[in-house]
Design a protein around this ligand. Structure first.
Ligand SMILES: Cc1cc2nc3c(=O)[nH]c(=O)nc-3n(C[C@H](O)[C@H](O)[C@H](O)COP(=O)(O)O)c2cc1C
Length: 354
């Protein structure tokens, strides 16, 4: 039986209203930590390394999840993603998806031996195939199971554990049954994406629910959800009770300058040229690891779906890139894209919402 600790409610919640005067904003940005969200199929080690060579402002990343496999087995291709020697540019926290304590501990121990002192437990994955098996957000409607899992796992973990959660599986009130459970364990932090699992990515990130969650927990929080520009960042910051940690996923895919902008890091170089250079390195990076051309163009098109709409008048040249079937067509159309577009606007605030 794990001896549960009741953490004192610390002074982490600065309840003073956020002052958005320029001076105050500047002070706040010095403390801000930006964490790159895990995005399976996007923010892997290749992306993280290339991104952090070209853009500043991101402090760390949580890697896309590694599933537990049972019977003390590991998937080497997934472990490769978090090899410390390949992740020197940007500190990375591996994430585990699973609900069987023995399997979780086996993988966590392996990660610890690799050098990972911090790991994250995925309690947010919304996909029904995963949730049906009571993994990811599928566990959020079973606080007793979360409790039993943490009770079995926490005393045996060498790594510090954080959790990445949603408000609930079906109902946002579920979080208020889970927070008291989390309060009894020494978690490093709670990363909260304030949507339910069944919502997937529809509707809005619920800032009011995020605020209530912070008030109902003694843990440190990281905010995650729908930050795509300065306006949405300030909106989230205002409702986050002085917390300093913000995780951003799709907003960074759409606007790689976002963390620099939030932190006020100036870089006078031409934004389109910087994106072009980033794109070319990303392409080279994936070309060196993917065997077939369709695999390579498929991966690059994924990035274009986020990045492409962030340029003014990009609809037609983007459509051509997304329709290209061969590597030659892809490279020609990327060339044409960069010859056509002249302004990088970033995504519109409503991009990820219904
Ligand atoms: C394509 C895709 C893949 C994702 N993969 C993961 C994952 O592996 N682990 C995880 O915890 N969340 C994953 N997420 C959720 C994101 O980490 C994040 O919580 C969500 O996108 C909301 O943040 P954002 O609005 O800043 O993108 C994924 C989301 C997307 C769109």
């Amino acid at each position: 039986m794990f001896v549960k600790v009741f953490l004192p409610v610390s002074d982490k919640h600065n309840h003073s209203p956020v002052n958005t005067s320029p001076m105050k904003k500047k002070e706040d940005t010095r403390k801000i930590k930006i964490i790159l969200a895990p995005l399976q199929g996007f923010t892997d080690v290749t992306y993280r390394n290339v991104f952090s060579t070209h853009f500043k402002g991101v402090d760390e990343a949580v890697a896309p999840f590694i599933s537990t496999m049972g019977q003390k087995r590991l998937k080497p291709s997934r472990i490769k993603d978090v090899l410390p020697q390949k992740n020197r540019n940007l500190p990375v926290v591996p994430q585990i998806l699973g609900n069987v304590p023995e399997d979780f501990i086996f993988l966590a121990d392996h990660l610890y031996e690799m050098g990972h002192k911090r790991i994250n437990w995925n309690l947010g994955c919304p996909h029904s195939k995963i949730a049906k098996k009571q993994r990811g957000s599928g566990l959020l409607c079973y606080p007793d199971k979360i409790d039993a899992f943490l009770d079995a796992v926490m005393p045996r973990l060498s790594n510090r554990l954080s959790v990445k959660i949603r408000l609930g599986r079906k109902d946002k009130a579920e979080i208020f049954s889970n927070l008291p459970v989390f309060d009894t364990y020494p978690l490093e932090e709670i990363i909260l994406h304030p949507r339910t699992g069944v919502q997937m990515y529809t509707g809005h990130a619920d800032l009011e629910a995020f605020e209530s969650a912070i008030e109902s927990s003694s843990h440190q929080f990281t905010y995650n959800g729908d930050i795509v520009d300065l306006k949405s960042f300030y909106r989230a910051q205002k409702r986050s009770h002085g917390i300093h940690r913000f995780m951003i996923g799709r907003g960074i895919l759409s606007n790689p300058f976002l963390a620099e902008d939030i932190k006020g890091i100036d870089n006078p170089a031409d934004r389109i040229k910087r994106i072009r250079a980033f794109h070319d390195d990303l392409f080279d990076g994936y070309q060196s690891i993917f065997s077939g051309p369709s695999h390579l163009t498929g991966r690059m098109k994924g990035f274009w779906t986020y990045l492409g709409p962030s340029f003014k008048d990009s609809k037609a040249p983007l459509k051509k890139i997304l329709k290209s079937r061969t590597l030659d067509a892809y490279t020609d159309r990327v060339e044409a894209f960069f010859n056509t577009v002249h302004t990088f606007t970033g995504p519109s605030s409503g991009l990820f919402q219904d």
